[in-house]
Design a protein around this ligand. Structure first.
Ligand code: PXL
Length: 268
């Protein structure tokens, strides 16, 4: 049996909707064996973030070493990295173990505004991690921080994608979920040559906690199987659309998406 493996380097969301929980559930649904290196523990539910506890850098490094020296990974995803020290150490290990097919989700703040990345770590992210990335998946506010530009129009977004590409990323996906005029959510992919657009119907819901993690995890899983970036983004878009549409409705605030919804679309 050919087993595809993916490693997520990210924070824990006790509420189960985002972070490594979202990543591992998504890997599993897409039939990829999931492994994790925790960077931080958050105490969190659908109402907000009650606590953030970063792990020592050595603990993060050791987890990556343990996985890489035995199991190996066909693709790697990074999520919440929290500090410049963790980012630098993670980048070192990715180089040392020649971990390919790296998806960087530049997580910065939780839905309620709690910081998941220290401000001074943005520079480290751009300098050390983005040049190693196969794909980076910012939403519009994250793309604005990374490029230091305001993004209003689709032209602004294309320009931001070019600037991110110039930092050394191979493929840039700027997600359209935060651009809330129009009936459609349009994600843009730039590969240094051309732009592709992935469009879906916008859904009115407050249950979108962990959408970014889930989308990037689905891309990672598909890359682990050897799919092209374009194919991976297409599957990830269908995966997250199903997960938002088929609402679980749990918790009293911004609820998680439904990680098993995509699988159900294939039930005969
Ligand atoms: O969705 C971004 C994100 C990533 N990682 C962790 C999170 C969140 C959002 O809340 O909690 C651990």
């Amino acid at each position: 049996m050919n087993v595809y493996k993916a490693l997520t380097i990210a924070g824990s969301d006790s509420g189960g909707g985002a972070g490594i929980q979202a990543d591992l559930k998504t890997f599993q649904e897409l039939e990829v064996f999931g492994m994790s290196a925790l960077t931080a523990v958050t105490a969190q539910n659908t109402l907000g973030v009650q606590g953030v506890y970063p792990l020592p850098v050595e603990a993060v490094v050791q987890q990556i070493e343990s996985v890489s020296t035995d199991l190996g990974a066909d693709a790697v995803k990074t999520g919440m990295l929290f500090s410049a020290e963790i980012i630098q150490a993670v980048a070192e290990k990715i180089k040392q173990f020649q971990l390919n097919r790296l998806v960087v989700d530049p997580v910065m703040v939780a839905k309620g505004g709690a910081p998941l990345l220290q401000q001074e770590a943005v520079h480290a992210l751009k300098t050390y991690l983005l040049p190693l990335a196969t794909v980076v998946t910012p939403n519009i506010p994250e793309a604005e921080v990374l490029t230091n530009r305001t993004i209003r129009t689709l032209d602004d977004r294309r320009e931001a994608a070019k600037r991110l590409y110039d930092l050394g990323v191979q493929h840039v996906v700027i997600k359209g979920g935060h651009d809330d005029d129009g009936e459609e959510a349009v994600d843009l992919l730039y590969d240094g040559h051309e732009f592709s657009y992935f469009t879906s119907k916008r859904i009115e819901t407050m249950h979108t906690h962990g959408t970014g993690c889930t989308f990037a995890a689905a891309i990672t899983a598909e890359l682990a199987k050897g799919r092209t970036v374009k194919e991976a983004v297409e599957t990830a878009k269908a995966f997250i659309q199903a997960a938002i549409e088929d609402e679980l409705g749990i918790g009293h605030g911004h609820g998680p998406t439904n990680h098993w919804a995509y699988r159900k679309t294939f039930v005969r």
